[in-house]
Write a protein that binds this ligand. Structure first.
Ligand code: TMP
Length: 211
């Protein structure tokens, strides 16, 4: 019998190098004979992508922080129901570009909502489902924003002030320290091959159940 698929998430501030890391994870999993579902948040479904436009665009630039958080979880509920749970139940690994740790970081830390309200939404929407492994790419804020700024015009989050990202990064790091068995924090300012080696070793431990 084939077991439930593994749920892997990738987190980090803008410009941390998530795309390279996601490509490396996909390649590694395919090399192990697996067929991962590659997806992202906010997004991953037609409804989720529509909500992403609302969150990242400027039509509602001054949206209330609670409304923002509820939109994130509305997208997540749809994503879990339509994509993530069915794939995991079919035994496929799911690799998600951001998940609920981003809500803790950006809404809990960045927007200052704190963790308790997010915990309430997390338990309602996820019903105990949490990632098996989270790769947190930790990068100094100025370096990340400079990399992200070279790519495209800033979205609604990218144009936030430095302090917003400082609070978000602090929340990510605090969670990694509190949950070291799930969240592997990697210094993303290291050379790309070192970052990739750290990721594949964490994936190896997850798949082989060692160490
Ligand atoms: P990205 O996935 O293309 O990096 O951008 C998504 C943006 O959405 C990013 O700035 C972080 C933000 N975000 C939140 O604020 N809360 C969330 O829960 C998620 C998943 C993303």
């Amino acid at each position: 019998m084939r077991g439930r698929g593994r749920f892997i998430t990738v987190e980090g501030l803008e410009g941390a190098g998530k795309s390279t890391c996601l490509a490396g994870i996909e390649q590694y999993l395919r090399g192990r004979g697996l067929d991962p579902v590659m997806t992202r948040e906010p997004g991953g479904t037609p409804l989720g992508e529509a909500i992403r436009q609302l969150l990242l665009g400027f039509d509602h630039a001054d949206m209330n922080a609670d409304a923002e958080t509820l939109l994130v979880f509305a997208a997540r509920a749809e994503h879990l129901a339509k994509v993530i749970r069915p794939a995991l139940e079919a035994g496929r690994p799911v690799v998600c570009d951001r998940f609920t740790d981003a809500t803790y970081a950006y809404q809990g830390g960045g927007r200052g909502l704190g963790e308790a309200r997010i915990e309430a939404l997390e338990s309602w929407v996820q019903q105990g489902l949490v990632p098996d492994l989270t790769v947190l790419l930790d990068v100094p804020i100025e370096l990340g924003l400079a990399r992200a700024g070279r790519r495209s015009a800033p979205d609604r989050f990218e144009q936030e002030r430095l302090e917003f990202f400082e609070r978000a990064r602090a929340m990510y790091r605090a969670r990694a320290q509190r949950m070291p068995e799930r969240i592997v924090m990697i210094d993303a300012s290291a050379p790309a091959e070192e970052v990739l080696a750290a990721i594949t070793s964490a994936l190896g431990r997850l798949l082989d159940g060692a160490g």
